[in-house]
Design a protein around this ligand. Structure first.
Ligand code: HEM
Length: 152
């Protein structure tokens, strides 16, 4: 069971952090030539497809992470400092994503539906900032999660 839980934990991390990497490093620099109305509508569709996967990743990371600690290891006493740090970073990322989803993303969808391109572009700017922070935190969390046990 530990093998399965660790594997789905790593898969969820790949989906979330890899998706942010693609959005920030490949898609964002490629949408410049589009007219603003088409650009904001594209981002609204892209986020609409990606964010359900992020919610799934959040659930899987929490469920599998706590399973490993509580069921496999018998409690937090057996968890090294890298695991506490991963949990902290993970919770910060999840809080930022929750805010992003229920504040700027909600406003983005409303603005796109109302053909209000300047408001939509502003929300995308906010989302871009939060995703930049979460991308850095996510890459650090992968290092902590995958490499941390070899440092203790
Ligand atoms: C964005 C959030 C997170 C990311 C990106 C992440 C990433 C990772 C990665 C890459 C590993 C290594 C998997 C492997 O062995 O191949 C790992 C292991 C682990 N993670 Fe996370 N994780 C996150 C959140 C969490 C949370 C919230 C918890 C606790 C509830 C948690 C608990 C664990 C545990 C217990 C391990 C095994 C560590 C060990 O064997 O020393 N993780 N994580």
């Amino acid at each position: 069971m530990l093998a399965i839980m660790t594997s789905i934990h790593a898969l969820a991390a790949v989906v979330w952090v890899g998706g942010m990497f693609f959005a920030y490093m490949a898609l964002r620099p490629s949408v410049g030539p589009l007219e603003p109305p088409a650009r904001v509508a594209l981002w609204a569709r892209v986020f609409g497809k990606f964010f359900p996967w992020v919610w799934m990743a959040v659930l899987v990371l929490l469920a599998s992470g706590f399973w490993i600690i509580l069921v496999e290891w018998g409690g937090f006493a057996a968890a090294g400092p890298h695991v506490h740090l991963m949990l902290l970073l993970g919770l910060v990322m999840m809080g930022l994503f929750g805010h992003l989803y229920f504040a700027p993303f909600k406003r983005l969808r409303a603005a796109v539906a109302a053909n209000d391109t300047p408001t939509a572009a502003k929300q995308i700017g906010t989302i871009r900032m939060i995703v930049a922070i979460n991308l850095v935190l996510g890459l650090v969390t992968v290092v902590v999660g995958a490499g941390g046990r070899h440092l203790g």
